[in-house]
Write a protein of this length. Structure first.
Lengths: 110, 113
């Protein structure tokens, strides 16, 4: 069964303190790994799609990387406005469903 | 502005009542999805549709029903058969099932009293 595990569950950073969020996955035939940002009480906002090991995507202070077993979301010099829950999801080759992790709640302290 | 709208934002219902959540998109997307989000759990797929008049069950379809009479609209009915309906419901769409990036609406928080 396709599974996604995100760690840590929660992360508190000082403004400017870089760190990484982890998304470990098991899937039969990866057809995409997806990162989303979700603010409290709102729908997730799409950030990145990664398809193959070694691939990297960047957007402002965020950089997503992918290996055969996990993905990292690196946050460089975060700002308080980066505070949110970051969700990871995968799609395998057994159907059209996405499988979501439980997310990492990031708090950036000024 | 293109996007996905869900209404209402908050919904309260008495136990035993059916309730319908609205989802509309003007992105010209073929595929639409309904998810449920509970604290401490990942988003779970309820139903999805890849074309008008066609839809498929997700992992947790029991107690829910959907229709897709128009490309733009994918309403979700939470029936009295759903044992734990209180949750945050999210609608999403994508260009089609082959292009997987999903875009989400703002969500509806349903509370059953």
């Amino acid at each position: 069964e396709d599974q996604v595990t995100q760690s840590p569950e929660a992360l508190r950073l000082q403004e400017g303190e870089s760190s990484s969020l982890n998304c470990s996955y098991t899937v039969s035939g990866l057809r995409g790994l997806f990162w989303y940002r979700q603010d409290p009480g709102k729908g997730p906002e799409f950030l990145f799609t990664l398809y193959s090991a070694g691939e990297e995507k960047e957007k402002e202070r965020l950089k997503a990387t992918l290996t055969k077993k996990e993905s990292f979301l690196h946050i460089t010099a975060p700002k308080p406005e980066d505070s949110a829950t970051y969700l990871c999801a995968v799609r395998g080759n057994t159907g059209n469903q996405f499988y979501f992790g439980t997310g990492t709640s990031l708090t950036v302290i000024p | 502005d293109g996007g996905i709208t869900q209404s209402p934002k908050y919904l309260f219902r008495k136990e035993g009542q059916n309730v319908t959540l609205s989802c509309e998109q003007n992105l010209n997307h073929d595929a639409m999805y309904w998810y449920r989000q509970d604290p401490g759990q990942g988003l779970r797929l309820i139903y999805y549709s890849q074309i008008v008049n066609d839809f498929q069950k997700g992992d947790i379809a029991e107690g829910y029903s959907v229709s897709r009479e128009k490309k733009e609209s994918f309403p979700l009915t939470v029936t009295s058969a759903q044992k734990n309906p209180t949750a945050f419901y999210l609608c999403a769409s994508s260009i089609d099932l082959r292009v997987p990036e999903q875009f989400f609406g703002p969500g509806t928080r349903l509370t059953v009293l």
